[in-house]
Write a protein that binds this ligand. Structure first.
Ligand code: NAP
Length: 353
């Protein structure tokens, strides 16, 4: 079978004209190849999500001439489009603007024939093969699927959050901590992520607050101890962030402080801070997936060493399964791995020769 699209639905026994039209559409890379009974083409691979994992999978599969379809999701480009400067993606010694990096990845994927639907997947029927992916008012059939829908950082939704988003309010210290060298930041949370973020920031910043709603950390002892020993870190126990304050008179808003409420007596005080980093967990974007796809208690998709999920032919890549590293470069790596495994799978089941 052709790698340019499954020809099993070409009008078998149909008219010569229909066969000719089908051939032309296939040669010109037209997305939908309709048979005489209006059945749509079966895609070799559908990639759900358009972060670094999704675009990398697209680049690899299109370069392998497998004509993948990326269905982007609502946030085209994923979490990185909310980051200003990316300084830790190899190959960009001067750093790279987040939305620009994602736009370049999209361009690169399209250059080799990745097709794109700017739409949101509502559901996937994994119970039959080919799989059926529903998005908008359309359905596409696919021999294989790569789920790259990522995870969204949990937010507090406090006053001032939106005003100072990206200009004081952040969700990733490794990504954005470098903007606050020798300044003061607050990390919200008491889990391993909060400990890791606070320890990382303490290497760069003058002072770091850890603000936790209880008087005991949830984090592992070793990581909590590291924070408690660090002289640059001050823990504010039994406290919750209430409001981000700052100056909005200039061209760009500038965070200057944080109002904090005590969970024991409800008293409010304000600390001077240039940044706040939420580390209160992530929410994997896996709600649209049926129970055919096994997930852990928190909703992260479970994959094996080949990025394959509990359903044969369905793979996952990036933050949708990786709650440990969560970096653009690791997500891209997983996307590459999943794409190579899809290629092997399609060969194994005879979809491609
Ligand atoms: P987590 O363990 O779920 O911790 C979230 C923290 O945020 C908790 O301390 C929680 O407080 C607090 N929190 C949640 N909602 C809040 C709210 N609305 N207001 C204030 N505080 C709130 O999440 P995580 O730290 O991201 O870790 C996720 C998983 O990844 C864990 O299994 C962790 O061990 C793992 N991880 C491992 C490493 C490592 O080993 N290097 C690094 C990072 C993460 P409460 O404690 O009061 O519930």
């Amino acid at each position: 079978m052709s790698r340019m699209g499954d020809s099993t639905l070409a009008p078998e026994g149909g008219s010569l004209l229909a066969q000719w039209v089908s051939n032309i559409m296939e040669e010109t890379g037209t997305i939908e190849i309709m048979s005489e009974n209006n059945q749509t083409e079966i895609r070799n691979a559908v990639i759900i999500g358009s972060g670094p994992a999704g675009w990398t999978a697209g680049i690899y599969l299109s370069r392998a001439n497998l004509s993948p379809l990326v269905i982007t999701g609502a946030e085209i480009g994923g979490q990185l489009t909310t980051t200003t400067d990316i300084e830790n993606f190899p190959g960009f010694p001067e750093g790279k603007d987040g939305p620009e990096l994602m736009a370049d990845m999209e361009k690169q994927a399209k250059r080799y024939g990745t097709e794109v639907e700017y739409s949101v997947v509502e559901s996937v029927d994994f119970s039959k093969k080919p799989f059926e992916v529903k998005y908008g008012d359309k359905t596409v059939k696919a021999h294989s699927i790569i789920i790259c829908t990522g995870a969204s950082p949990r937010m507090l939704g406090i006053k001032g959050q939106d005003t100072f988003w990206g200009r004081g309010v952040h969700t990733c210290a490794v990504c954005d901590g470098g903007f606050y060298r020798n300044k003061v930041a607050a990390v919200i949370g008491g889990g391993d992520s909060a400990m890791e973020e606070a320890s990382y920031l303490a290497q760069l910043l003058e002072k770091v607050y850890v603000i936790h709603r209880r008087e005991e950390f949830r984090a592992s002892k070793i990581m909590a101890d590291r924070v408690l020993r660090n002289k640059k870190i001050e823990v504010l126990w039994n406290s919750v962030a209430e409001e981000v304050t700052g100056d909005t008179s200039g061209k760009f808003p500038k965070m200057t402080g944080l109002k904090i409420k005590s969970t024991t007596d409800d008293s409010i005080r304000e600390i001077a801070a240039d940044a706040i980093f939420y580390a209160i967990g992530h929410i994997p974007n896996s709600k649209f997936l049926s129970d055919d796809i096994k997930k852990n208690e928190e909703g992260y998709v479970i994959v094996n060493d080949s990025q394959e999920t509990s359903v044969e032919g369905v793979y996952a890549a990036g933050d949708i399964h990786d709650h440990t590293y969560r970096q653009a470069i690791t997500a891209a790596g997983y996307g590459c791995k999943a794409a190579l495994e899809v290629e092997r799978y399609l060969g194994r089941v005879g979809v491609i020769g």
